[in-house]
Design a protein around this ligand. Structure first.
Ligand code: ZN
Length: 93
């Protein structure tokens, strides 16, 4: 691989664009890119080696749904329906 230099344009993952975009090398450490600037949104970040960060929110959501369904998916639906009808009733009376 050719040596990367300051100001070079290389591909990296941008968290703001959420995809691989062209980046300018803005900082080098030990002949390795350290900081990058996205050429699309100009966001500066550490060099990610084109790797997307783990999606924490998606993982959390999946876990939450898994826990809910493992308890009793029908119970969750019934509870929501009961709350809805309860609200409507209290408004009328
Ligand atoms: Zn970007």
């Amino acid at each position: 691989m050719a040596e990367t230099r300051l100001g070079d344009e290389i591909d990296d993952y941008c968290v703001k664009c959420r995809r691989i975009t062209n980046h300018s090398v803005v900082s080098m450490v030990n002949r390795e890119p350290a900081k990058m600037r996205c050429r699309t949104c100009y966001n500066e970040h550490d060099y990610r080696r084109e790797e997307a960060p783990p999606k924490k929110d998606a993982k959390k959501e999946a876990l939450f749904k898994e826990v809910l369904s493992s308890i009793d998916p029908a119970a969750v639906e019934t509870e929501a329906a009961a709350q809805k009808s309860g609200k409507t009733r209290s408004k009328k009376s």
